[in-house]
Design a protein around this ligand. Structure first.
Ligand code: PMP
Length: 290
């Protein structure tokens, strides 16, 4: 693992951040999880744009702007030195007085971590994930805008914990209306009669970069795709369901709340899109070389 902090690359035991940083005190900040594929940072500029939008919504000025963050990610990836990996970029509100008021925080902190990728076990990727519907709902855009990938991930943490306690792999999160929002850290797609559908981000999911890539790959492959509101029943009645995310990539879902989806194995549309995704991430245009 390599970590960029305070202008230099250090090891994990040297990387320190203040206990008075509002990122720690209030989850006040934004982050990105980014993949390294074939010695390129996958869709780096899209990740940076999402982070910049989130920071702007929170009123956090990016120190040095997006260009500096871009250099930091590339420097961290180079220091890590491997062809494949995972990069976590964080910008926190910075150190300030106790209390939620951010006006005393004048110096946002930047941290960038490069590490090996942690995946679902290989058998899970082949057979599909077991999901349970989380009892807690995903906050809507009227509470916390899902387009802000903020450091406050408790809603996802609790959903994942609930799923693991029940022996499942991940949680399906519904919004306050009972519609499908997303999984704990991944977007949800259903497949029915050869067409794919995923909820619009306004239903409570992040505008995932993997989701966007899959929608483009589906268009290129002539697979009909739509963004529409989905209920839990749409998931249960689907021929196939899969999740997309930086960590998960394109991963099939086998069951929801103990009920098998489709044939209970990875279906042909999921497999086709997962294969197209695996090819795409190695194309030179898909990322920035380091
Ligand atoms: N939803 C949430 C809540 C996430 O944290 C993530 C992971 N960033 C995703 C969806 C998937 O987004 P992406 O494909 O950009 O990783």
């Amino acid at each position: 693992m390599k970590i960029w902090i305070d202008g230099r690359i250090v090891s994990p035991d040297e990387a320190r951040i203040s206990v008075l940083d509002h990122g720690l005190l209030y989850g006040d900040g934004v982050f990105e999880g980014i993949r390294l594929y074939g010695r390129r940072v996958f869709r780096l500029d899209d990740h940076l744009a999402r982070l910049a939008h989130g920071a702007s919504i929170l009123g956090i000025a990016l120190p040095g702007g997006v260009e500096r963050l871009r250099e930091i990610v590339l420097e961290t990836a180079r220091a890590f030195g491997r062809d494949e990996g995972y990069v976590r970029l964080l910008v926190t509100r910075g150190v300030g007085a106790l209390g939620v008021d951010p006006t005393s925080c004048s110096d946002p902190a930047i941290v960038c971590i490069a590490d090996e990728v942690r995946l679902f076990a290989a058998d899970k990727l082949a057979t599909g994930l077991d999901l349970v519907t989380a009892s807690g709902r995903r906050p809507g855009p009227d509470v916390l805008d899902p387009r802000v990938k903020s450091l406050n991930y408790l809603n996802s943490v609790l959903a994942k914990q609930e799923a693991r306690r029940q022996g499942a792999d991940d949680a399906l999160l519904l919004n306050a209306q009972g519609h499908v929002a997303e999984a704990s850290v991944a977007n949800v797609f259903v497949v029915r009669r050869g067409a794919i559908a995923t909820p619009p981000p306004t239903d409570g999911g992040l505008e995932g970069i993997t989701r966007d890539t899959v929608l483009k790959l589906a268009a290129a492959a002539g697979i009909p795709a739509s963004e529409r509101t989905l209920g839990r029943a749409d998931v249960l009645m689907a021929d196939e369901v899969f999740l997309t995310g930086t960590g998960a990539r394109v991963v099939p879902v086998r069951s929801l709340d103990g009920r098998l989806i489709g044939k209970g194995t990875a279906g042909p549309v999921t497999e086709r899109l997962a294969a197209a995704f695996s090819r795409f991430v190695l194309e030179p245009g898909s990322g920035v070389a380091y």
